[in-house]
Design a protein around this ligand. Structure first.
Ligand code: ZN
Length: 81
C-alpha cells in the first residue's frame, strides 16, 4: 500500500460501457461503486451503467462467477443499497 489516504481502491480509466479511454478532465459523469471509480464519456453511458450496475460490477469483481448473488463480503461492506 503506497497511499492509504484514499478509500477508492482504483479508478477505471476506460468507459465501461463503450470502452473509450477517458480521464477526469473529459469525463462527463462518474460513479463510485464498491470502491472503484468509473468514468463516463456521456450521460447515456452513465445511465446505462447505473441501470446495469449490480450485474456489471458483480461480473467485474468476481469474474462472472456469482452474477446476481450478494456474497457475505459485499453485505458486510454495506456499500449495496
Ligand atoms: Zn461512453
Amino acid at each position: 500500500m503506497r497511499d492509504t489516504r484514499v478509500s477508492i481502491l482504483r479508478t477505471n480509466w476506460v468507459d465501461p460501457m463503450c470502452g473509450m479511454q477517458i480521464d477526469t478532465s473529459c469525463a462527463v459523469a462518474e460513479e463510485i461503486y464498491i470502491g472503484v471509480r468509473y468514468l463516463f464519456c456521456s450521460e447515456e453511458c452513465h445511465r446505462l451503467f447505473v441501470r446495469a450496475a449490480t450485474r456489471h460490477i458483480t461480473e467485474l469483481a468476481h469474474g462472472g462467477d456469482c452474477i446476481g448473488y450478494r456474497c457475505p463480503n459485499q453485505r458486510a461492506n454495506g456499500e449495496i443499497r
